[in-house]
Write a protein that binds this ligand. Structure first.
Ligand SMILES: [Zn+2]
Ligand SMILES: [Zn+2]
Length: 153
């Protein structure tokens, strides 16, 4: 099977921030959509602003985003199946056979638009890489890390 690449863009909140979720501590934070999805300076790894652990940026997608990607993949698959079976049915029925082939196309799943809601996080600008992130500055949390370079803010 050939490989299929899906491209998708996540829309940010009114200030252009997208929600991410730390795979280690499950805390949510936001980063600037432009910086996160930048094509000039592609982001490889991210740091959790809360626990400071780092891994591949794909691991930081929120559940909502993962669902969105799955829906896109499912629809693509359905479309391919519909195309293939639709053609088979056409050829089959053209042959005036006694048996008619009836094919009902699979219905696509609903793809919800990814739109982030506005929340009350604080915007931090990293002093070393100039990138922006939004984190909930919890009482008791003494440190916030930059999501891109991992320094203390
Ligand atoms: Zn974390
Ligand atoms: Zn930084």
């Amino acid at each position: 099977m050939s490989q299929v690449t899906f491209s998708f863009t996540i829309q940010g909140d009114s200030e252009g921030f997208v929600t991410l979720e730390c795979p280690f501590c499950e805390s949510e934070f936001k980063v600037s959509a432009d910086e996160f999805q930048s094509e000039e300076i592609p982001v490889q790894d991210l740091f959790c602003p809360y626990c400071g652990l780092t891994t591949d940026k794909d691991e930081f997608y929120s559940k909502e985003t993962v669902e969105h990607i799955n829906a896109l993949a499912t629809n693509y698959m359905y479309e391919e199946i519909n195309k293939t079976f639709g053609e088979i049915a056409k050829v089959f029925n053209r042959n005036k056979s006694i048996v008619k082939m009836d094919f009902k196309p699979l219905k696509k799943v609903n793809v919800q638009e990814l739109k982030d809601k506005d929340t009350v996080e604080e915007i931090f600008v990293c002093t070393s890489c100039d990138k922006r992130e939004k984190v909930l500055f919890l009482a008791g949390a003494s440190k916030v890390y930059c999501a891109y370079c991992g320094v203390d803010l």
